[in-house]
Design a protein around this ligand. Structure first.
Ligand SMILES: Cc1ncc(COP(=O)(O)O)c(C=O)c1O
Length: 406
């Protein structure tokens, strides 16, 4: 790769791929007189279920509420424990706390940054009810092991699939294996496809539908099991619920995004491979692990970790220096157990943290950064990022040498 000069324009780490089709369909929806939950939302859900090969897909306002609703559907609450990864977006864990259950964190594998399945079993107690693996950055967890442990101990598996819409595990779409009760996708703008905000719950057992639909919309129930037909203006409220319904304007975006998703994924993979080969001789960074024949990597994020002793820079200094090179980065994420609430929480619930700590999650949270990766990028953009990284690190090392010589 030839070295390239500083970029003239800023390259964001992520950018949604909104085309004229999405814009026209949103405009048409806005003009139609029906803009909230309606026929387009229903079409989107059918298309999602068909794409993912699952019997039921329920679309909703975001993945965060979806995750919380799945824990509710399993009756998880005070006195229960939920095993999950120590490296995730805060909502995976906050939802467990909000339900009054205790999150039990397991450290991550140093190469994939996914939950270390080999450390799950030692964290199971009589209070454990579920395992929530997170497919970080688009790389599926070692699900065979997770399912096997869950089956042996009678635990539910809920996949946080926020990063893996459009990705496969063992040849099947994430969410399509019935050994997981639920999988929850996110359609936030920096995910593999977007509905502006949005999410969906994939599931196999139709008995969960009434609870989840009720939770999505005020606990309202019509149709089967109620005195009111589906089309009735009257309804029953068998439980209190939330307001997290999906809108037709979101579906207008989502229907086109879904049709383009395979193309987006192919492009993400090409760009990620280019980064991997261009950075293969750059030991100052820890590169992300690639997928394999079982775990297809969807590359929602391309996450590298700084080795401060090798670059002579902290992660924050590296991020700032890249910004001066017009290269944007993201931080996904700071280590969860270092936030003020969780420092207090785990003092009160020491069982939530492993006795030997979370060394890999701690290193990861302090040193990672997501490099620009979105399907609209060109090969030149990847080369610009790599050149900027090399320049910034070379300058830092030169400064260190001068300081040492002085
Ligand atoms: C791992 C993970 N889980 C859940 C979520 C929540 O998704 P949403 O923003 O759709 O609520 C995110 C969002 O970034 C995420 O990264």
């Amino acid at each position: 790769m030839t070295e390239r000069p500083r970029r003239a324009s800023f390259l964001p780490f992520s950018r949604p791929m909104i085309g004229e089709e999405e814009i026209a369909e949103v405009v048409e929806t806005l003009r139609s007189g029906w803009i909230t939950t309606g026929p387009k939302s229903a079409r989107f859900e059918e298309a999602l279920a068909a794409y993912n090969g699952v019997p039921h897909c329920l679309a909703l306002l975001n993945a965060t509420t979806g995750l919380e609703m799945t824990l509710g559907a399993l009756g998880i609450g005070p006195g229960d424990e939920v095993i999950t990864t120590s490296h995730t977006f805060v909502c995976t864990v906050s939802n467990v706390v909000l339900r009054g259950a205790v999150p039990i964190l397991v450290d991550v594998e140093p190469d994939t940054m996914n939950i270390d399945a080999e450390r799950i079993e030692e964290r199971i107690t009589p209070r454990t009810r579920a395992i929530v693996p997170v497919h970080y950055a688009g790389l599926p967890c070692r699900m065979e092991r997770v399912w096997e442990i869950a089956a042996r101990h009678g635990l539910h598996v809920v996949e946080d699939a926020a990063h893996t819409m459009g990705t496969r595990y063992a040849g099947r779409r994430i969410g399509s294996d019935p050994r997981s009760v639920f999988a929850v996708y996110s359609f936030h703008p920096n995910k593999n496809m977007t509905t502006i905000e949005g999410g969906a719950i994939a599931f196999h057992d139709g008995r969960h539908a009434a609870y989840l639909k009720g939770q999505r919309f005020h606990g309202i129930a019509r149709g089967e099991g109620t005195p009111f037909p589906e089309a009735s203006p009257l309804y029953d409220v068998p439980m209190p619920g939330r307001k997290s319904n999906f809108m037709d304007v979101q579906a207008a975006v989502g229907l086109h995004q879904l049709a383009k998703l395979d193309g987006f994924m192919a492009r993400r993979r090409e760009l990620a491979r280019r980064y991997l080969s261009a950075l293969a001789d750059f030991p100052e960074l820890v590169l992300p692990a690639d997928g394999d024949s079982v775990r297809e990597h969807g590359w929602n994020l391309f996450v590298v970790r700084n080795r401060p002793e090798a670059t002579g820079l902290t992660r924050e200094e590296l991020v700032d220096a890249l910004k001066r090179e017009n290269v944007g980065t993201g931080i996904h994420w700071q280590a969860l157990h270092t936030f003020s609430f969780y420092r207090r929480y785990f003092e009160e619930h020491p069982e939530g943290l492993p006795k030997d700590g979370l060394p890999h999650a701690t290193f990861t949270g302090a040193n990672l950064m997501s490099l620009p990766l979105w399907p609209g990028m060109g090969e030149d953009d990847v080369d610009d990022v790599v050149s900027a990284l090399r320049r910034v690190v070379a300058a830092s090392r030169a400064r260190t040498r001068v300081a040492m010589a002085g």
